[in-house]
Design a protein around this ligand. Structure first.
Ligand code: DUC
Ligand code: ZN
Ligand code: ZN
Length: 473
């Protein structure tokens, strides 16, 4: 097995930083040593197979994006990144693990849907991947199947309070599923928006001739997110189910989560880069049909109401625990343009798996979060939240050698003709400039990105069997 030494860098964890060398043997980290250490009896630099010079750079655990939708059938089309293109793009951006969603559709059996997601991903991924299970049809059969998920390495399932007629669960179904979640130790993940009320408002707006992408954001008002978040919290309280609310964008929803946490409830929340940087006015409200590029749900929120500042604040105060992307890309041509003249027909989703580590690092540069918190919310907490910590999310002996060498002196210009590897015909992040650069990425000891070159392969990524959330006792 080959040995690698990452030498002379600053190893950053969720709790601190130190100058250290990282020794890798095969797929695992085997030692974290003082720089130049001869503790192992010899000079490592001259005895290992490969030395990666990290002087002046940060050495951090590989990013974990716990919310992606590769090739997801949705909105009458399919998300444009396959497992191959999406995981390759993730690797480019320093993400070495994704957790994607297997989808049980209405009328389908849960284990059949899980098998079909394995079939899509197997042998196609540049990085390691796990699955959450979407339960799109809560019934006696699917409730029974939920009991078998942990045996499949799946410790979390997702319900939707939005999208009536597609993935929607009513309160009785949520109650029943949460009962199973509580009993089996599965984390309940929730898309918290009041779907029926949203659909009524969509119909009203369209009838008034308000068809532009901007009205997607109007229809999915923050009240719909706050109300659903509150309802999910109450149902979780009643059933004892641990709850994780996905893609939180409204400051009022954060307040609901914070109150529940203050109350001692096992409630968690993620936000996404789009809710930290983008807005209803600037992006969804772009001229003509341009706003379609940023149609996603939950929607971008008003900058006049300062939701974006609140999301950063919530990340600082741990009212929100982590950042995922909800990566669900669609091209403008042939996909988003299905909604010209009717915003409700625009497939919902934004691509971002490639840029999350950089975009959140920029928050460090801009003084929004400390460096260690960057590592925590993009890697360590996702690992703990979804039962991977120890193997992923940390640089320590015994962990998988998923490591990013990040250059704070480097620079990344994001854009279609600049840095962009996702399978999309536009970038939702066009023009963003990052004061840092992903120089080198290792996945289980193998260098997969180095010096602006992709060196990985689609057969490298392995399915990750996950344990229960490590935040639950
Ligand atoms: N929201 C999106 O924007 N896309 C995928 C599904 C979702 O809930
Ligand atoms: Zn969702
Ligand atoms: Zn999603």
């Amino acid at each position: 097995m080959s040995t690698t030494l990452i030498a002379g860098g600053t190893v950053v964890s969720s709790t601190g930083r130190s100058e250290a060398d990282v020794l890798i043997d095969g797929e695992k980290i085997v030692a974290v040593l003082a720089p130049g250490s001869t503790l192992l009896g010899h000079d490592l630099k001259s005895s290992v197979d490969t030395v990666l010079d990290a002087a002046g750079k940060y050495v951090v655990p590989g990013g974990i994006d716990a919310h992606t939708h590769m090739q997801m059938p949705f909105g009458g089309t399919e998300a444009s990144d396959t497992f191959e293109t999406g995981t390759r793009a993730a690797a480019w951006g320093g993400t070495t693990t994704i957790v994607d969603f297997a989808i049980q559709k209405y009328g389908e059996r849960v284990m059949d849907s899980l098998q079909s997601w394995h079939d899509k991903a197997d042998g196609e991924c540049a990085i390691d991947y796990g699955f959450h299970q979407i339960i799109g049809d809560v019934n006696d059969d699917s409730l029974k199947a939920m009991e078998g998920l942990t045996g499949e390495g799946i410790s979390s399932y997702k319900l939707f309070m939005a999208y009536p007629g597609v993935f929607y669960s009513d309160d009785a179904q949520i109650y029943k599923a949460m009962r199973v979640g509580a009993e089996t130790g599965l984390m309940t993940m929730m898309h918290a928006e009041n779907g029926p009320a949203i659909d009524a408002m969509v119909a009203e707006l369209l009838a008034q001739g308000k068809t532009d992408p901007y009205y997607h954001g109007v229809a999915r008002a923050w009240q719909m997110e706050e109300e659903a978040t509150h309802r999910a919290i109450m149902l979780a309280n009643l059933t004892g189910a641990p709850l994780y609310v996905v893609h939180v964008s409204a400051k009022q929803a954060v307040a609901q989560l914070a109150a529940a946490r203050h109350n001692g409830q096992n409630v968690f929340g993620e936000t996404c880069p789009q809710y930290l940087y983008l807005s209803l006015e600037d992006q969804l409200g772009a001229p003509g049909f341009e706003g379609a590029k940023w149609v996603c749900s939950t929607p971008l929120r008003s900058k006049l109401e300062h939701h974006q500042d609140h999301m950063w604040q919530a990340l600082r105060t741990n009212e929100l625990q982590m950042v995922s992307t909800d990566h669900c890309p669609f091209c403008m041509k042939g996909q988003k343009d299905m909604g010209v003249g009717d915003f409700s027909k625009i497939p919902n989703g934004i691509g971002g798996v490639e840029h999350r580590m950089n975009l959140i690092y920029q928050g460090v540069v801009d003084g929004k979060i400390p460096l260690e918190r960057w590592v925590e919310i993009t890697s360590t907490t996702p690992a703990r939240m979804f039962g991977m910590y120890g193997r992923k999310g940390v640089i320590t002996p015994g962990a998988d050698a998923d490591v990013v060498i990040y250059n704070p002196q480097g620079h990344t210009s994001i854009g279609l003709e600049k840095t962009h590897h996702m399978n999309m015909d536009y970038s939702a992040w066009e023009g963003f400039e990052i004061d840092g650069h992903v120089d080198t990425v290792l996945s289980r000891g193998r260098v997969i990105v180095d010096d602006n070159q992709y060196l990985g392969s689609k057969t490298h990524g392995q399915y990750l069997r996950r344990d229960p959330s490590q935040y639950l006792i």
